[in-house]
Design a protein around this ligand. Sequence first.
Ligand SMILES: Cc1cc2nc3c(=O)[nH]c(=O)nc-3n(C[C@H](O)[C@H](O)[C@H](O)COP(=O)(O)OP(=O)(O)OC[C@H]3O[C@@H](n4cnc5c(N)ncnc54)[C@H](O)[C@@H]3O)c2cc1C
Length: 426
Amino acid sequence: MNDVIIIGGGPAGSVMGSYLSKAGIQNVILEGQNHPRPHVGESMVTSSTRVYKEIGFLPILEREGFPKKYGASWHEIGGREAAIVFAEFPQEGIEQPYTYHVDRGKLDLLLLKHAQGLGSEVYQGVQVKQILFDGDRAVGVRAKLGDQEVDLRAKMVVDASGRQTLLGRQLKLKRNDPIFDQYAVHAWFENVQRGQPDTADFIHIYFLPVERGWAWQIPITDKITSIGIVAEREVFRQYKAEPAAYFEHYIQTNQALATAMAGAVRANDYKTEGDYSYAMDKFVGHGWALIGDAARFVDPIFSSGVSIALYSAKYASEFIVESFQTGDFSAEHFSVYERKIRAGVGVWYEFIRLYYKLLPLFTHFIRSETHRIEVLRLLQGEVYDRGEVPVLAAMRQYIETVEKNDRHVFRKQLASLSIDDLPMPE
Ligand SMILES: Cc1cc2nc3c(=O)[nH]c(=O)nc-3n(C[C@H](O)[C@H](O)[C@H](O)COP(=O)(O)OP(=O)(O)OC[C@H]3O[C@@H](n4cnc5c(N)ncnc54)[C@H](O)[C@@H]3O)c2cc1C
């Protein structure tokens, strides 16, 4: 009998393994693929540093020379640029004014090895087929080992299977977001002109002239830059699901992006990503918990995914450690974890939907002396344990003003959905 089985060796699973191993709790990570494997999600937010520091992973990030990310920059279609630097808003417990851009194949392998070094038992190429239950209590997993299926028992099962959402699908907990049916096409390129030297290694976000359309530019190495185009799935369909044509077209719709890509040469195949955003009805149950993308996924516009994976692993691990002290593995015990993560991701979600509702408002707030620091606080991932988030209330209020005034300078740029139509975050 194992203490904890963790399904998935992405950032959520490896960080969960690391915390549990540090607390002396035996755990097994079952990863379906063999690392290194490619993965989308290459730019991080600064709050991640706190978790990396706690599990002793920061020296590895430094040693490996991942590009340092000191800030972010947004390019409007008309050519205006708004940038932030993280140094402007120092975060408690974080000494460095930067985070990292990462080749996820490399990062995820390093994290998995780190968990193993701390004591997690890691098995790669082992696909979990289902979670086993005794009544409502999770008691283990059924996994595919070569040609055979074997049952492995555990006191606690953590699903960190990412957008595979293994347990969510098994228990039919998954609810797709009614608004964000986004689709991404992305690839790595050489020879991208990353812009002025002082912001060349920032993440660059380019607005595109379709609702909820944007592009990312993320430095992966000195030579390689990741470029992704995101829009509603319907927009992609109009290009007969042909990634190259879709990509080429939208590159040309923002002049700054077209300039950056003028001499670019593609270095790997186009990849596509759909199936977001969503939430599970429950994140916890008797003897089980969902972390990272297996629990909830919000649109990646603010590079929040890895940090949510890390924090959900950290917070869930605290409750699991307690369970091994008290013997209480009940859903009630884990419900505090669920509330905490729902509230934190809810802040991200609200920020994202207001952003999409009125794009110029975002750059307006970044430039505003009153709101700038509060926007930075969110962009840097400080979303947990917050009661009120006044800057979101201010954004909502501003949008209402624009909605009521036909002659407002931003009126034409309001997205078609009424603010009241959008679902409130849980
Ligand atoms: C278009 C797009 C852009 C994004 N950009 C960013 C970004 O810039 N920054 C950012 O922070 N995030 C970004 N994200 C989100 C980010 O990719 C995820 O939030 C992050 O990878 C979540 O980590 P995770 O550990 O929960 O899941 P994953 O990283 O997906 O790891 C899950 C692991 O579980 C394994 N697995 C799955 N099923 C099984 C099974 N049945 N048995 C065993 N193993 C299994 C998988 O092989 C995988 O290794 C983006 C996402 C998308 C779609």
